[in-house]
Design a protein around this ligand. Structure first.
Ligand SMILES: [Zn+2]
Length: 178
């Protein structure tokens, strides 16, 4: 954060040219891809709050819910058998999401999950209309199934955002069924 501030101060000393640079910088920051990456980084930070020794054999996963450019809900997968990151972010929000709300998650939402039901279905039920995903589920039987469920329900899905960074959260993770 300190580094960022210093860079901004440097820009302000640039006079008119600096202001033009700032305007361009802000415009590029508002591009869709930059927005996706910005909030996916927030989701990655959530995932990294998890402790592999508690989640194993399941992966670390983080999720945030964004409304009007603000993170309004956060969650991460904390322990094997516990609620998944997406459900924790929805619970953290604690209310019906606004119509423009987007849910970010570092790993594709699950399409099947025991008696509590799949996260992809929970997201649909919650009324989220946009989901931004990092890595796909590496489990061959599940890969892409969560995204399919969401799209079938009319949810706009953006996949492969910071996929390398999201995959790096769980080195060697080859799937939920081993
Ligand atoms: Zn799940």
């Amino acid at each position: 954060m300190a580094t960022k501030k210093t860079r901004f101060e440097g820009t302000f000393h640039g006079g008119l040219a600096g202001k033009c640079f700032m305007a361009r910088f802000q415009m590029s920051e508002m591009s869709e891809q930059a927005k996706y990456e910005r909030f996916m980084r927030e989701a990655i930070l959530e995932a990294l709050k998890g402790d592999v020794s508690k989640t194993s054999p399941n992966p670390l996963v983080g999720s945030v819910i964004v409304e009007s450019g603000v993170v309004v809900g956060r969650g991460f997968f904390e322990s094997d058998g516990g609620p998944h990151a997406e459900r924790k972010a929805l619970a953290d929000l604690g209310r019906t999401p606004l119509p423009g709300a987007a849910l970010y998650v570092t790993l594709e939402p699950c399409s099947t999950h025991g008696r509590t039901g799949a996260c992809s279905e929970a997201i649909v039920k919650a009324g989220i209309l946009e989901v931004v995903v990092g890595a796909l589920d590496p489990t061959p039987a599940h890969r892409g199934a969560g995204l399919h469920t969401l799209r079938e329900a009319g949810v706009s899905v953006v996949a492969d955002v910071l996929v390398a960074e999201c995959e790096a959260i769980n080195p060697g993770f080859a799937g939920r069924e081993t």
